[in-house]
Ligand binder design. Structure first.
Ligand code: SAM
Ligand code: ZN
Length: 376
């Protein structure tokens, strides 16, 4: 079937939704990833404005070629790569359908990357991107864009798989989507550092089905060393939801009991990325690139506005979860955040859900400043 997305015409086979990726016959196409692809186009535009010399873009796992076609439509010099001969034929057809030039190769992206360098490399695999990360960081000049759809391993729900794939211990907490994103970024930053490359996240977002991050590269060993200092550990109390973090390669001060409530149900996650997941200024530039032909423009704008404003704390809280914990009915988020600010704390919504927020207050301070009355 034919469809149009972001101003290009694309032939796809039977679309599959986010829950069926990796299964079924035919070349993969997921219509619900349009938001992800619209943001990619806006990032490519914003990045080219900032770095006018970037030209080459590798769509490393092309499937129908939709990302590559859309990047070519933005003036990038595109290569689409896929191991599946049917995908390669479809990607070629889709470039031609839009009168766009571009190379299409039937290769393992790791093999291709061992032969050629690109300015921007986009990894959009089924599941974990880790098997492709080494080649990407070794062979990319400016930016690596990464999607991970293995949300259960990265957030700690499938702990052993998370440990194996990401060389970290992710923990399943009430902020699990952020845990997933920070586990992913940690592994990517460490992988890039192996090549003396600093890979700094300049924009990131998550959904129920994936985490997506854009890492700008600086080919400097000392900058890579600097970035590694943003790795560390979170100690999380499963009873009162208090959490602390510490920077470093290994945890030095693991609490045996929770300093807040005395519970012995404290878990430690790490090494995860404790730094910012986005550069606010760049994310605002990306927002400005959300033009009317992008079908998910409104949702993308809302999401990126939240990402740009979000406080750089390593974990977020969920207002409903806290109110449940305290045995009080939840009030409106705006009112809750205003109460925190009135008490002198910083507080912002967070991208992870409609009830997610970030603050520099701890759980006790949040309760004192903002817990609604029980008879609200
Ligand atoms: C999730 S789909 C890509 C979706 C596409 N980027 C989009 O936005 O619609 C993953 C694709 O990766 C391809 N693939 C799997 N292993 C690969 C490898 N080692 N090198 C290149 N492509 C690979 C699969 O054939 C499949 O077409
Ligand atoms: Zn506790």
């Amino acid at each position: 079937m034919e469809l149009s997305e972001g101003g290009v015409e694309i032939d796809v086979e039977q679309p599959r939704d986010g829950t069926r990726e990796g299964s079924g016959d035919g070349v993969f196409f997921n219509p619900t990833m349009e938001l992800n692809r619209d943001i990619t186009v806006a990032v490519l535009r914003a990045y080219q404005e900032r770095e006018p010399r970037v030209a080459t873009y590798l769509d490393g796992m092309a499937a129908s070629g939709i990302r590559g076609v859309r990047a070519a439509n933005e003036g990038y010099d595109v290569t689409c790569c896929d191991t599946d001969s049917k995908a390669v034929a479809l990607a070629r057809q889709n470039l031609a359908r839009n009168d766009l030039d571009g190379a299409v190769v039937e290769r393992n992206v790791n093999a291709l990357l061992h032969e050629e360098m690109f300015d921007i490399v986009d990894l959009d695999p089924f599941g974990t991107p880790i098997p492709f990360a080494d080649a990407a960081f070794a062979q990319t000049r400016n930016m690596v864009c990464v999607t991970a759809t293995d949300t259960a391993p990265i957030c700690g729900a499938h702990l052993n798989s998370g440990k194996r794939k990401y060389s970290a211990v992710p923990r399943n907490t009430d902020y699990h989507p952020e845990m997933g994103l920070r586990t992913l970024i940690s592994a990517l930053v460490r992988t890039a550092a192996r090549y003396d490359v600093a890979a700094e996240p300049i924009c990131s977002h998550v959904s129920r089905h994936y985490a997506r991050t854009y890492l700008e590269l600086d080919h400097s060993a000392s900058r890579a060393d600097d970035l590694l200092e943003s790795l560390g550990f979170v100690h999380h109390c499963e009873d009162c939801l208090a959490r602390e973090h510490e920077f470093g390669w290994y945890p030095e001060s693991v609490p045996e009991t929770c300093p807040n409530c005395g519970s012995n149900r404290v878990v430690t996650a790490g090494p995860i990325w404790l730094g910012g997941v986005a550069d606010s200024e760049f994310t605002e530039l990306v927002r400005q690139q959300l033009s009317p032909e992008l079908g998910e423009r409104k949702q993308a704008d809302k999401l990126l506005a939240t990402v740009a404003d979000e406080l750089d704390t390593p974990t977020h809280y969920d207002q409903h979860r806290l109110c449940k914990q305290w045995g009080v009915p939840a009030n409106a988020m705006d009112e809750f955040l205003d109460d925190l600010r009135a008490a002198g704390y910083e507080a912002t919504p967070a991208q992870y859900s409609g009830t997610a927020f970030k603050t520099d207050a701890d759980v006790t301070e949040i309760r004192e400043a903002a817990a609604p009355d029980a008879d609200n």
